[in-house]
Design a protein around this ligand. Sequence first.
Ligand code: ADP
Length: 327
Amino acid sequence: MTKKVTKIGVLTSGGDSPGMNAAIRSVVRTAIYNGIEVFGIMHGYTGMVEDDIIKMDSRSVANIIQRGGTILKTSRCKEFMEPEGRKKAFLNLEKRGINGLVIIGGDGSFRGAQIFSSEFNIPCIGLPGTIDKDIAGTDFTIGFDTAVNTAVEAIDKIRDTAEAHDRLFLIEVMGRDAGYIAIHSGIASGAENVLIPERKTDVDEIVKSLKEKEKRKKLVNLIIVAEGDEFGGANDLSVYLKDKIPTLEVRVCILGHIQRGGSPTCTDRVIASRMGFHAVECLIEGKHNVFVGIVNNKMHYIPLNEAVKKKQKINQELINIVKILST
Ligand code: ADP
């Protein structure tokens, strides 16, 4: 028999993403609706280890659905990687009677949750909060839609100035291990090429294509580079291209952290609200140690130990589309 969940903790962990607040709000209000007490754990797993835990009520999450960042703050917590740190964390939950957790974060946070739940038998539910969309088993992750829309808005502005000067722009977007922001923003902004970590970058092919386009007087070129591209970031590529085509007017723009911030889009708010609601339902129904995903508009529950083994793969169709539409 699984124990009834009566008091839960909610935390945001790892990289922040827009929509985390909407998820927190949903978890808190769904729990209270069901007569479950809720505690906010500050700064991700750090708050669990250092006992920075606050009682929450419906009012604690008022006026946050539209805000980026996370009111609970986030961090990367080294102590939680060690058994002693996790033991401390468990004792801090135990003394308050917390017997369920909702973890909003990426695959690293899920890995931590899975280890913790197996050591201390505390049911954990994950919500995929990451701008990178690299978690397998869900069509959406909280924050991706906002981040990619922020990138597209910025790239559109860069296109105006690129066009005015007939310049090549190399625009670096976030994605150390995943090319989703790059490929989606590249398609949406009509980019020439998209370089992603999941695929070998053929720089000589890029040189050939730019030379050919120069001949055809197609002079406005945008190349989107994911920060983790295997050739290197936009700066490395710029040096290489200038060396190969000295006549090329090339500029680099690194979008950086603006992609993490800002008010979440409607899509991110809605999926965060749905996922938060279902996370609490999972705890109530005894569906433990899963993360909540959405596939074909239906909720999917993927065991945490499976989730940490797989990464979302880049869809080959998207890669082909970039190529064909940029001619
Ligand atoms: P994200 O969740 O965005 O992928 P990280 O990979 O940094 O971010 O993970 C967030 C936190 O999850 C880490 O700082 C650590 O506290 C915890 N964590 C990650 N991997 C493990 C692990 N193998 N064991 C225990 N805790 C982990």
